[in-house]
Design a protein around this ligand. Structure first.
Ligand SMILES: Cc1ncc(COP(=O)(O)O)c(C=O)c1O
Length: 379
């Protein structure tokens, strides 16, 4: 195998920067926790989670959005993926319609589909879900005599597009949801992977209690391997979800270690993690400008999160592009993976958390070559 073939350019994985994963500090935290409260692990954890980690979740919300929510409203989950699963089970029935952004997290699509939900897409632009399109979708559903079970949105640093809804859109979204009596599931997994101060408040904060279910995660500030997320809602919505959390509880060991670590250095770590991916985003944006600047292509400029979204020239042979990229060890996610209706669309998502900073410019240079080779020859 040649040297160039062995090199991998992984723009595919939606992971944070591995070089800031605090392995040693977590090891030390684990020792302290086990020495102090090992006995706790000889029984099942509380279904709602360890209070110390719920307090850290509340602190995260307070710091980013304010004010501090009561920990009674917070439940620790097995990643925010479990929050998605519980939303599908607790707020909907198989066969129900749920409204989603036209491009949305592939894991969400999988969970909702597997639960028999019908995804109703709403168009996006550079400021997230379009409210004119949402109004139309909700009107159309009403005309069919249907009320969607909920509207799912990632209003901040959206996956896959990296876009953020401005305040006016958030207010309009709440107004439309209220008018049509549809709850909102707000996936705020990326809110504190922020490169600029986040000025847009969470929908949860703007809403009346019970209008919004809030989902978040420890995956993107720490690592998906710890499998910790959290959700937040007041009763009775919380009860509807908890009724489905029949997993014996989320790992108490994982929760205790992470709570012990974050008790001392939550914001220090979050800032370090965000800075590491911000630097990679900057290198990626510069490389895209150099390599794709003259190709009339469009890409988003995210202020946070782990992704940017590229619009490919329509003439690109996308299958050929994928084949050429794979041959060179370039991994990216196709637009189709995120399309609510599984359509083959001319986009691709580049993740900039996992890849080494030194590999980004070369990876983009090679990707640009693959794109050029996937265009029809000019005769
Ligand atoms: C928008 C969104 N929600 C949820 C998840 C799932 O994350 P977790 O590891 O917390 O289950 C992801 C992961 O990529 C995501 O992008």
């Amino acid at each position: 195998m040649s040297e160039s073939r062995r090199r991998e350019f992984n723009f595919g994985a939606g992971n944070p920067a591995p070089e800031v994963f605090p392995a040693r500090a977590l090891g030390e935290a684990a020792q302290r926790v086990l020495a102090r409260s090992g006995k706790e692990l000889a029984r099942y954890p509380d279904a709602r989670g360890v209070p110390e980690l719920r307090a850290i979740a509340a602190e995260r919300f307070a710091h980013v959005h304010g004010p501090r929510p009561p920990i009674d409203d917070i439940v620790i989950t097995n990643g925010s993926t479990q929050g998605l699963q519980l939303s599908a089970q607790g707020l909907a029935r198989p066969g129900d319609a749920v409204v989603v952004e036209e491009f949305t997290y592939s894991g969400t699509i999988r969970v909702f589909r597997r639960n028999g939900l019908q995804l109703v897409p709403v168009a996006l632009d550079d400021e997230g879900m379009r409210m004119d399109a949402l109004a139309e979708v909700l009107e159309r559903q009403a005309a069919l005599g249907r009320t969607p079970s909920f509207i799912y949105t990632t209003a901040t640093y959206q996956n896959p597009t990296g876009t953020t809804q401005p305040l006016e859109r958030r207010l309009r979204l709440l107004e439309l949801a209220r008018r049509h009596r549809v709850p909102i599931v707000e996936d705020d997994t990326y809110a504190d992977v922020s490169f600029e101060p986040l000025t847009e408040p969470a929908l949860y904060k703007l809403a009346e209690p019970g209008e919004v279910l809030y989902l978040s995660s420890f995956s993107k500030i720490l690592g998906p391997g710890v499998r910790l997320g959290w959700l937040m809602a007041p009763q009775p919505m919380l009860g509807r979800l908890l009724g489905w959390k029949i997993d014996g509880g989320t790992s108490g060991l994982s929760q205790m270690i992470v709570a012990e670590y974050f008790k001392e250095q939550l914001w220090e770590h979050v800032e370090e993690a965000a800075l590491a991916v911000k630097e990679k985003r900057n290198v990626l944006l510069d490389a895209l400008e150099v390599e794709f600047g003259d190709m009339g292509m469009h890409w988003t400029h995210p202020d946070g999160g782990l992704f940017l979204w590229i619009t490919l020239p329509a003439a690109v042979d996308r299958q050929r592009l994928q084949r050429l990229a794979t041959e060179r060890g370039i991994v990216y996610a196709t637009g189709q993976a995120f399309h609510a209706l599984d359509q083959d669309v001319p986009y691709l998502r580049l993740s900039f958390g996992w890849i080494a900073k030194e590999d980004i410019a070369e990876g983009v240079r090679q990707l640009a070559e693959c794109v050029r080779q996937s265009l029809p020859a000019v005769v």
